[in-house]
Design a binder for this molecule. Structure first.
Ligand code: SF4
Ligand code: SF4
Length: 311
């Protein structure tokens, strides 16, 4: 990618409120693909069978878009709930999948002309936010935007550990490895998180057995958000440690957990209300109140019945 094009795209991304932007040519993902294989072979995905589907597409995103040439990657910081809040901070506002996707479509509108000029043809693009078989964290690293933490989170050099990743696959074949901007971005990225071990020590359930490994069957986030089964007191897989939707212990223990930066208002619009609720309030919440407050938010992934059950 010539530097002017990169700069143009970066300016558009920053103008739309993205904290960081990068791009990389599509190529085989080495270590992240091997980690995915071990994760699946060892059955650490618990009931998330979807992780074992479309593995070929996860490893090779060119299978997701005809003539795909490059991955564009965007970083979005999110807020930090007050300590002791039983709901994970990514759920303090509207559903981030939709919020981030909407801005990525705005990016495509504004970047269409320079991208088509670079592609020499009509633009083909697909937008992904944590919802399709794309290894978004690995691509964020590949794009020079940050690195992996031992707790498996992507850590942005700009926004820290508390960030979302947006991805656009497109048919522009950038010569990014020759791009000075990308080399500069990569040069500023630490090789690893520092390996302090806090995340492993602070995980209340032992789900993080060792750096870069996660046993979802022991993870509170998995059980309170993803696991469709309701909590069975006779067969307690793990103690939920006070959480009713998600868990942030391995994030809060991390030195890369920065204070709130410039967070999009729609990602924290329910913060005051959520922080004001006690567990009793959640247990007694009416369906009407739930719908009024939480329609269109990430909390609907679990639903009111499961959240009450988690309580
Ligand atoms: S989210 Fe909670 S349970 Fe899961 S690995 Fe992190 S600290 Fe452990
Ligand atoms: S808590 Fe320490 S070991 Fe864990 S991701 Fe953060 S820096 Fe790395």
């Amino acid at each position: 990618m010539d530097q002017n094009l990169f700069g143009t795209l970066e300016d558009i991304a920053r103008g739309l409120g993205f904290a960081d932007f990068g791009a990389a040519r599509i190529q085989p993902l080495g270590e992240p693909a091997r980690r995915l294989d071990s994760y699946l072979e060892e059955g650490r995905n618990a009931g998330m069978e979807y992780m074992g589907r479309n593995v070929d597409k996860r490893k090779d995103p060119s299978l997701l878009l005809e003539a795909a040439g490059s991955v564009l990657c965007f970083v979005v910081p999110y807020g930090k709930a007050r300590s002791g809040t039983p709901v994970a901070s990514f759920a303090l506002g509207l559903d981030y999948h939709k919020v981030v996707k909407d801005r990525l479509y705005m990016f495509l509108e504004q970047a269409r002309q320079p991208l088509e000029t670079a592609a020499g043809t009509a633009l083909k693009a697909r937008v992904f936010v944590d919802s399709a078989p794309v290894m978004d964290r690995a691509w964020a690293v590949e794009c020079g935007l940050g690195f992996f933490g031992c707790n498996n989170f992507f850590i942005s050099t700009v926004a820290g550990i508390r960030c979302l990743i947006g991805i656009i696959l497109c048919n522009v074949d950038f010569k990014l490895l020759d791009c000075l901007t990308l080399q500069e971005k990569r040069a500023g990225v630490p090789a690893d998180c520092g390996m302090c071990g806090n995340c492993v020590r602070h995980c209340p359930t032992g789900a993080l057995k060792a750096p870069y490994t996660l046993d979802a069957e022991r993870c509170i986030s998995y059980h309170t958000v993803e696991n469709k089964a309701l909590f069975d007191p006779a067969n307690r897989p793990v103690d939920y440690a006070g959480y009713i939707f998600g868990c942030e212990e391995c994030m809060r223990a991390c030195p890369w957990d920065k204070p709130d930066g410039a967070v999009w208002p729609e990602l924290v619009c329910n913060r005051d209300y959520i922080e004001s609720l006690t567990v009793e309030d959640w247990k007694e919440m009416s369906q009407q109140e739930w719908e009024k407050r939480f329609a269109g938010t990430s909390l609907t992934r679990a639903g009111l019945q499961k959240i009450k059950n988690n309580c």
